[in-house]
Design a binder for this molecule. Structure first.
Ligand code: ADP
Length: 588
């Protein structure tokens, strides 16, 4: 690389030496030159319509590749919008991101009222692992490297670097050393703790392993495969832990989730926290006598909630599970208390109930029926398996119901609203997945993946203009807008009058009143037409035949995004209970 003649080239070279291949963001003064300098060095710049979606994309890219995703924005409002992704990345603990933002000249001081002025370091310090303004232009590479390394070493999170305009435009006064960052060192667990954990597993009558998204992030699939197969312990994946082991694995008890949680006497959490997703590890969802063991890269996380501190091991999952395997030797769980029988009885019952729901043919289409048909079509179009399908899903019911229907066979091929239950992440995540899997080699996979975003109509609306981003970069993402006319269940008075595309007669003002409820959205909204206007293709789908035609045409369309506006029933088969509080049975 030629010696940088200005700050933007210095920034671009720093990123290049960190092996950054793509940046997500939106430019403006003063970061246009930074983006251009990066593009000149062969780094792809994906230009979004809103920093919120760009920051979501960068953080998801971090999860998918294991290295921080990079987001570049302007100062002030750009940072405020990108804070959505900062919070999301931090809370998910497996979505590393490097945020870079322009700022006013250093001579402006903190209070002069310069263009888009914000004391970004002060604002971001509580929400990031490291937020810095380099002390000089020559120290830009060091700050970028530090923030990048901090974002993914230890528990993943956010590193931030403030880029003042005079640094971006200035000339380095001396030759600056630009260095790369190694992979983070993997730490194993303490021998005494490993042996205590091994003893607890040996003594368990009804053991269970919970595979969280920390295991997916840790690339623990191979180690876990042999561990589960050799120990014969049933496992339960969390929503984004799905695929670390294939959903079809005989020891997967996801379809017996409630029985597994309630009955287990020793549980090993691998990269999963005892938060709302796991009902805090508390009764009545869990047995009051359960012993919960935990492996996590973050020592601060261990022992939180109901986890037994004496059975907690700080370390990287791949390392600790290998140590545990060695400690357990040839030991294999043998069932002496009908545990397997209880789990399989529940599986059989739940599968039968799901199959019954999926078999009901009616109009408007139901969630279960339309999702089951979609899954079958997609797998058939993909050569008979889900190996090359990547699902992104958000929206309360859409995400809840789709989770169990769209099975996955590979790790990191399912993204959803995550720990924060963030709505609006879907389109940014889908773009990140398309770029990570099909435009770089960073995921390590070689076959082409199709990205399918299954979006509730409300969730889709949060970042709808990113369909234009997909069109501009010709990303053949398939978006299914699951249109039940509202948030949660919409409203039961909100159903389309079938035979027409819109609600026409409303003499009693019933429809108008329904739209005044807080959960109602217009099911007539022509998401498919909007998609066409934004450069993609669109279909409105109301029945099974239309669904089959649309999905096939969407699959075959390779030149940009496809949006299927899938009209389904509102007000039924769905719930308005607040499941995330852990009060109700959830189909995680
Ligand atoms: P889920 O949503 O799947 O239940 P969580 O987000 O609650 O998962 O938990 C993920 C956990 O994984 C976090 O506590 C994080 O610290 C941990 N983690 C991230 N990377 C690793 C790793 N390489 N090894 C061990 N734990 C990890």
């Amino acid at each position: 690389m030629a010696s940088p003649t200005n700050g933007s080239q210095l920034i671009a070279q720093s990123l290049k030496s960190l092996n950054v291949q793509v940046i997500f963001g939106i430019v403006g003064i003063p970061v246009i030159e930074v983006a251009e300098a990066c593009i000149a060095l062969g780094i792809k710049f994906v230009s979004f319509r809103n920093e919120q979606a760009a920051s979501y994309a960068a953080s998801a890219y971090g999860f998918l590749t294991g290295r921080p995703g990079v987001c570049l924005v302007v100062g002030g409002p750009g940072i405020l919008h990108a804070m959505a992704g900062v919070g999301n990345s931090t809370v998910n603990a497996t979505f590393p991101m490097l945020l870079l933002a322009g700022s006013s000249e250093t001579s402006a001081g903190p209070t002069k009222g310069a263009f888009q002025q914000l004391d970004a370091v002060a604002v971001l310090t509580p929400h990031t692992k490291l937020a810095v303004r380099p002390p000089s232009l020559e120290q830009l590479p060091e700050s970028i490297r530090d923030a990048y390394r901090t974002a993914f070493w230890g528990r993943p999170g956010v590193g931030f670097v403030d880029l003042p305009a005079d640094f971006i435009q200035g000339t380095p006064k001396e030759v600056v050393r630009i260095a790369a960052v190694d992979e983070q060192p993997k730490t194993g667990g303490s021998i005494a703790r490993i042996s205590a954990l091994a003893n607890a597993l040996r003594g368990a009558k009804r053991p269970l392993i919970v595979v969280g998204k920390g295991a997916a992030y840790a690339r623990a699939e191979d180690v876990l495969h042999s561990f589960i197969n050799s120990t014969n312990i049933p496992f339960l994946p969390t929503p984004q832990g799905k695929g670390v082991l294939p959903d079809s694995h005989p020891l997967n008890v996801a379809t017996a989730r409630s029985v597994a949680l309630r009955g287990a006497d020793v549980v090993l959490l691998l990269g999963a926290r005892l938060n709302w997703i796991l009902h805090f590890g508390e009764a009545p969802k869990w047995s009051p006598h359960v012993r919960i063991a935990q492996v996590d890269i973050s020592a601060e996380e261990l022992g939180r909630g109901g986890a037994d501190p004496t059975l907690c091991v700080a370390g990287d999952i791949t390392e600790v599970v290998s140590q545990l395997s060695a400690s357990l030797g040839r030991w294999r769980y043998t069932d002496s208390s009908n545990w397997n029988q209880q789990l399989s009885a529940s599986t059989v019952k739940n599968l039968a109930s799901a199959a019954k729901k999926a078999a009901i043919v009616k109009l408007p289409l139901s969630y279960h029926r339309s999702f089951t048909l979609l899954k079958d079509h997609l797998e058939a179009l993909s050569g008979g398996s889900s190996d090359d399908l990547v699902y992104v899903s958000e929206g309360a019911n859409t995400m809840d119901i789709s989770r169990s229907i769209f099975s996955v066979s590979k790790p990191r091929q399912r993204l959803d609203a995550g720990t924060y239950a963030t709505m609006g992440v879907g389109l940014g995540y889908a773009i990140a997945a398309e770029i990570a899997y099909n435009h770089t080699h960073e995921t390590g996979t070689t076959s082409r993946k199709r990205i399918i975003a299954i979006e509730g109509d409300s969730a889709f609306g949060f970042s709808l203009p990113e369909i234009e981003t997909m069109s501009r970069y010709k990303l053949p993402i398939i978006v299914i807008v699951v249109n039940n006319g509202g948030v949660y269940r919409g409203t039961s008075d909100n159903s389309p009058s079938w035979g027409t595309d819109v609600w026409e007669a409303d003499p009693e003002g019933k429809r108008a009143n329904a739209l005044l409820t807080s959960t109602a959205l217009g099911f007539e909204t022509a998401y498919h037409t909007v998609a066409e206007g934004l450069g993609g293709r669109g279909w409105r789908v109301k029945d099974e035949e239309e669904l089959a035609v649309a999905i096939k045409q969407a699959w075959e369309y390779g030149a940009g995004p496809s949006v299927i506006n899938l009209i389904i029933e509102s007000g039924s088969e769905t719930k308005l209970e607040f499941n995330w509080l852990g009060k109700k049975d959830s189909k995680l």
